[in-house]
Design a protein around this ligand. Structure first.
Ligand code: HEC
Ligand code: HEC
Length: 236
């Protein structure tokens, strides 16, 4: 190619990419307050961020792309495991992660610090960053399975929506509570319902908070579904 056209292609290409890049950067910055819900950034959220820094959670966790990938990404943890899941991970890591090869240390947080850091993680989870990092949320997983031709029973679907953030079957699900591959050998359907409504009526030391927001029919269906899990089940 002759020198002149090559020169113009280079100049015009570079300049138009630069203009586009600066324009998009400006456009994103213009929206930062709205995307981050800056109006909800209250004192408790700020206090939670200070706890995060003081305890150096970044040493093992990543948040908003910053940190280490030894432990789960915290950007959307509030959506993934909720307030109770975060509390348990922070206050009782020895018990919650007893079966895991990775270890979350007990950082000796006070109740106040737990509430603050939870507020911080709730706020971060609501930042509109185009759903990054992608979360395999139970509802989504259920939808995918249904569209792939699996027919999930009502119990399996309700389990995915309400319990799977903390309990796994067949290796899929959260690790805050014990895995349920063999839970049917330990509890009857009725006991599982009772455990869900009032964990301490069955196990006085239970760490699980009573399940709320699930109606009786769904919970009975979950009980029947789980009572059938006797090892090797694939979660359907
Ligand atoms: C020394 C490393 C380390 C430090 C420091 C650490 N964590 Fe963790 N954390 C872990 C590991 C490892 C896990 C995952 C355990 C597992 O699932 O096996 C974890 C799990 C969690 C979970 C549950 C995540 C999920 O998706 O189930 C939460 C919440 C959490 N940590 C919060 C924190 C907070 C908040 C701090 C700072 C106050 C912190 N961690 C500091 C190692 C660490
Ligand atoms: C926020 C996390 C969380 C959610 C959500 C959750 N659980 Fe749990 N669950 C736990 C934890 C933690 C334990 C372990 C309690 C202990 O051993 O102290 C547990 C224990 C249990 C046990 C006893 C298991 C055993 O081996 O003894 C049953 C049964 C149970 N959960 C049922 C359910 C059902 C059904 C749902 C959904 C309707 C549910 N859980 C939702 C955290 C959770």
């Amino acid at each position: 190619m002759a020198n002149k056209p090559a020169f113009y292609i280079f100049i015009i290409g570079t300049l138009s990419s630069l203009v586009l890049f600066l324009g998009l950067t400006w456009d994103t910055h213009r929206q930062v307050d709205a995307l981050t819900n800056a109006d909800k950034l209250n004192d408790q959220v700020v206090a939670g961020k200070r706890v995060w820094e003081k305890k150096n959670c970044n040493l093992c966790h990543t948040i908003l792309g910053f940190g280490v990938y030894y432990a789960p990404d915290m950007t959307r943890v509030y959506q993934r495991i909720g307030e109770n899941g975060i509390r348990l991970a922070l206050l009782e890591p020895e018990r919650v992660f007893a079966d895991s090869i990775r270890k979350m240390p007990n950082l000796g947080l006070t109740e106040q610090e737990v509430s603050d850091v939870t507020a911080f993680l709730e706020w971060t989870s609501n930042i509109d960053n185009n759903e990054w990092p992608p979360q395999d949320r139970p509802e989504k997983r259920a939808e995918r399975r249904l569209s792939a031709g699996f027919t999930l029973s009502a119990g399996a679907t309700a389990f995915q929506t309400n319990c799977m953030s903390c309990h796994a079957i067949g290796g899929a699900g959260g690790s805050i509570g014990p895995a349920f591959d063999n839970v049917g050998a330990k509890y009857s359907a009725a006991d599982i319902v009772r455990y869900s409504r009032d964990p301490r009526s069955i196990d006085p030391d239970s760490l699980m908070m009573p399940v709320t927001g699930v109606d009786d029919d769904d919970l009975r269906a979950i009980g029947d579904f789980l009572a059938g899990q006797r090892g090797g089940g694939n979660g359907n």
